[in-house]
Design a protein around this ligand. Structure first.
Ligand SMILES: Nc1ncnc2c1ncn2[C@@H]1O[C@H](COP(=O)(O)OP(=O)(O)OP(=O)(O)O)[C@@H](O)[C@H]1O
Length: 660
């Protein structure tokens, strides 16, 4: 037996011990549920304890199968820590057999190096068979790095390289085993502070955001879990691609949604023209809606208020009423609160008058006056109850706001207003405006933390929807200005962060890519000058990868050939083209599904996704299809994990021509 075999055998037996301990932990939690429900002192305690224990039991039951550790640290002080996705111990007070990757002691695993060993003698990485469900015999390799005795070579770990370059099959995986130091800094940065990551394609922004979410839940369970954590992604396909990362890190039940889903008060039943959508997403709409809502408030009531009380009438002069309304407007509470504040002050003023005449008036009297028909009638006239739908319907029926030009007013005006706002067919942009109005009327609940991916694509009005939900929480903003494809995509992070309500948030660049090989990054970087974004160019850790260009006189034949070639090697194949060509391309590869390995996709939905092989069909058509077509093509090219094939019948966009 070689010394490596011996070490592997030792580690396997440690893994067996961990497995046995984990089984016991799971059994204990289930048992505690039963005991917990019996022993708690009161019904309410039993309920709370039972819920807590059941949640833990459920969490443990839902842990996906897999190896129980991926690394090990041997410290100068003799301590040895195995590091995995969750803590494992013989019993709660025993020293852990496996330390959670998020624990402070694990940090050195990601950060220690020969230049700064952080008390670590040796870092050990474990190699598991691909897709291992955690059978001990799947532990097939280990790699040691000595940090303190001059043994560190500075070379990149073969296990890390293997993990980065592995073929992509199925949904996105967690990267707990191979987080890089610059990513780890972001994952573990202060929870109360917001953070913005400007990352070139494939630099791990999404991965960082999800691991940061898991880190915050672990480090601040009370604060973050109680107030809620939300992950926002650009579309459903993306959310389903990333859906298994948090559960594999032991975090289940975290809400992952698109912003449209988060704010949906109604189904989308109409579509805006381009001009209307542009106006509706513009920051000026915040003012338009504010004015429309508060236009309902009458700042100068014409008549005195007279409230009957038995045979008597209590009166408040119109000037006093105007002063109350003005004071409440000045305080700027949410609209619905404002109405109730005016009511309370009117009653108080009436009470003072009554007390001057009749002496102290009790709470019952105040309640009676509060509900008096005359008081409610005054409020209905001066600060009427309303709904977001009612206000927006008015704006869209007869837009008049001076902040918008005549053309802009015309663009958003309803061609055929509905009979009533209740039957209106709302567009996606209308839902953003309804959310703004809802936020003006009543403050929404704030999340503790929100992770926003592809944040460059959000309009100012969408940003405001997020800002409202993080008024008392923090944000992790992830994005790449070069990948902005919406008509309102941000060109500058400071401005976007101001819309998100987090002015002054530090913007941290990530430029080292883990998805896209250098040859493909270099090609994509040629587009950068025309993307309207001042961002650092991407680089890549990957020296593998290949770009091929196929000029064809028959697009169908060209696509079939490129897909055939892609299927000759392992991995997923994404055939991406302009939305208008999808049908033709789908037809071309109908009989080439490669057992489900081939997916044909319109360029508009590939953001955030990745494929081993990307076949881009007619790149110039992608550029020509929309205003930010060059940015779209940049996104498309950078979906490739290993190989990129460009198939074209027409000319290539100039910057991609090989003769350059
Ligand atoms: N440290 C790492 N170890 C292993 N794989 C990594 C690491 N960092 C990133 N990756 C992998 O690189 C790929 C790209 O990561 P991710 O999707 O998070 O990047 P991104 O910056 O969000 O990309 P894009 O903006 O292009 O969508 C993913 O497959 C991810 O798992």
């Amino acid at each position: 037996m070689t010394s490596l075999d011996l070490e592997l055998a030792r580690e396997r037996s440690h893994h067996d011990a961990c497995r046995a301990a984990l089984i016991r932990m799971t059994e204990d939690v289930v048992e505690q549920v039963v005991i917990g429900e019996d022993v708690a002192a009161s019904g309410a305690d039993a309920e709370a304890l039972g819920y807590h224990l059941r949640s833990r039991a459920k969490e443990m039951g839902e842990m996906p199968p897999g190896p129980l550790f991926f690394g090990r640290l041997d410290r100068e002080d003799g301590q040895i820590h195995h590091i995995g996705r969750r803590r494992i111990a013989e019993h709660p007070a025993a020293p852990p057999l496996v330390v959670d990757w998020r624990a402070p002691v694990s940090r050195a695993y990601y950060q220690a190096g020969a230049h700064d060993p952080q008390g670590v003698l040796r870092r050990r990485r474990f190699g598991w068979a691909p897709h291992s469900e955690g059978a001990t015999e799947d532990l097939t390799a280990l790699e040691d790095e000595r940090l303190t005795d001059g043994g560190a070579t500075g070379t990149v770990s073969a296990l890390v390289t293997g993990e980065i370059e592995r073929p992509r099959v199925g949904p996105m995986r967690d990267i707990a085993a191979t987080i890089q130091p610059e990513q780890d800094d972001l994952v573990r940065s202060e929870p109360a502070a917001s953070l913005c990551v400007q990352g070139a394609p494939g630099t791990g922004k999404t991965a960082v955001g999800l691991h940061r979410a898991a880190y915050l839940l672990y480090t601040h369970p009370q604060r973050i879990r109680r107030s809620g954590l939300l992950v926002l992604g650009p579309h459903r396909a993306f959310l389903s691609y990333i859906s298994e990362v948090l559960p594999s890190l032991g975090e289940t039940g975290i809400r992952q949604a698109t912003l449209d889903e988060e704010i949906a008060r109604h189904p989308v039943r109409a579509e805006d023209g381009e001009a209307a959508a542009r106006v509706k997403h513009d920051a000026r709409m915040a003012g338009v809606l504010h004015r429309a809502l508060y236009g309902r408030v009458d700042p100068a009531p014409a008549e005195d208020l007279a409230v009957p009380d038995g045979s008597y009438h209590w009166r408040l002069p119109a000037s006093d009423l105007a002063a109350i309304v003005a004071a409440v407007r000045e305080e700027a509470p949410p609209y619905a609160t404002g109405r109730e504040r005016v009511r309370a002050r009117v009653v108080r003023a009436l009470q003072l008058r009554a007390e001057r005449r009749w002496g102290p008036m009790g709470a019952a009297w105040a309640r009676k006056i509060e509900r008096a028909r005359a008081v409610t009638a005054f409020l209905d006239a001066c600060w009427p109850r309303t709904s977001p739908e009612e206000v927006l319907a008015e704006v869209l029926t007869e837009p008049t706001d001076p902040a918008l030009t005549r053309d802009e007013l015309a663009a958003i005006r309803w061609a055929r207003p509905p009979r009533s706002y209740r039957s209106a067919r709302w567009t996606a942009a209308d839902l953003v405006l309804l959310d703004e109005l809802a936020g003006l009327i009543e403050r929404p609940e704030s999340y503790g933390h929100v992770v926003v991916d592809e944040a460059q694509d959000l309009s100012p009005m969408q940003c405001r929807a997020i800002a409202r939900r993080t008024e008392f929480g923090s944000l992790t903003v992830l994005g790449d200005l070069a990948q902005g494809t919406t008509p309102w995509a941000a060109r500058d992070w400071d401005e976007q962060l101001a819309h998100l309500g987090k002015t002054g948030t530090p913007v941290v660049p990530l430029t080292l890519g883990y998805r896209v090989p250098a040859a493909i990054v270099d090609l994509a970087n040629r587009l950068l000058p025309q993307l309207g974004a001042d961002v650092p160019a991407g680089r890549s850790v990957r020296r593998d990868g290949e770009v091929t260009v196929h000029r064809t006189t028959d697009l169908t034949a060209g696509v079939r050939e490129a897909v055939r070639a892609a299927l000759a090697t392992e991995g997923s194949v994404g055939v991406i083209t302009a939305d208008g060509l999808v049908e033709v391309v789908t037809e071309a590869v109908r009989d080439r599904s490669g057992d489900g390995r081939v997916t044909v996709l319109p360029a508009s939905v590939v953001k955030g996704l990745e494929f081993d092989h990307v076949v881009v069909v007619e790149p110039a058509a992608i550029v020509a299809a929309e205003e930010r077509g060059a940015n779209r093509l940049y996104v498309v090219l950078t979906r490739a994990v290993s190989r990129l094939a460009l198939v074209h019948e027409g000319e290539l966009p100039e910057c991609l021509r090989t003769e350059r």
